[in-house]
Design a protein around this ligand. Sequence first.
Ligand SMILES: NC(=O)c1ccc[n+]([C@@H]2O[C@H](COP(=O)([O-])OP(=O)(O)OC[C@H]3O[C@@H](n4cnc5c(N)ncnc54)[C@H](OP(=O)(O)O)[C@@H]3O)[C@@H](O)[C@H]2O)c1
Length: 259
Amino acid sequence: MIPMPAGTAAFSLAGQSALVIGGGSGIGRAIAIGLAGAGARTSVSGRRKDWLEEAIGAIGAKGPAGRPYPLDARDPRALGGLLAQLQKDGGTPDIVVNAQGVIATKPALEIGEDDYDRVMDTNVKSVFFSCLVFGRAMLARGSGSIVNISSLAAYRGWPGSAVYGMSKHALKSLTETFGAEWAAQGVRVNAIAPGFFITDLNRAMPEERKKRALDRTPMRRFGELPELVGAAVYLCSPAARYVTGATIAVDGGYLATGI
Ligand SMILES: NC(=O)c1ccc[n+]([C@@H]2O[C@H](COP(=O)([O-])OP(=O)(O)OC[C@H]3O[C@@H](n4cnc5c(N)ncnc54)[C@H](OP(=O)(O)O)[C@@H]3O)[C@@H](O)[C@H]2O)c1
């Protein structure tokens, strides 16, 4: 085994390449900028090309920028095409972050098949096949790190967003299972469970729901997007080489609280 780099070098991503799906906005964009800041050449993917191009500009201001790769991650064939394109452009990424996600905020009794399919296809199916497509290529190489963006909803009931809660429970299982299956072959699969961060996903949340979220958060404030970067850089760095199947909560103490 190669000796662990000393000091802060253990947290460097210099020389690595990263892909952040959902990197055009919110949490994915902040993590993409952070990975580049730690030295990884970082590309972004998502459906909106103009948002990806903007994100690549912001990434380039902090570190090595890759390219924007527009795609709908719900289509496994599109994910296969993206891997082939990345391999042509430089190689299988060392790091893949699955930050794509959507929510349906309504009472369970009002959820229709369209909502169900949209949330499950984006939050579960796309992450599952992203892990398979990129994981298979990483396994062939014998190294790689995948980070999935989970949620507090993976640990609690989530009244008002039933399918979202189900999808994040599935993501937890998927992260633990792939982490265990691939542990001995050099590919690590971990997750980050953010607390409440105001993004396009939840900006329109009713004030009363926002207040309830804050009341249950021991730090009594929403997170700021750069506060997610440290966990992402750590999980992708040599410092975390013995860490797999794990989820780091970055939640102001939400999951730690009792009554
Ligand atoms: N904000 C929070 O408090 C919070 C808390 C816990 C977990 N999360 C999770 O964090 C992740 C990011 O959410 P966010 O809060 O940063 O909201 P966001 O800004 O809306 O980010 C969601 C991203 O997913 C991409 N996306 C959605 N559907 C996609 C598809 N079919 N194919 C490819 N990309 C797709 C979107 O890009 P396009 O629309 O351009 O495709 C967008 O960039 C989600 O998984 C969410 O569940 C958020």
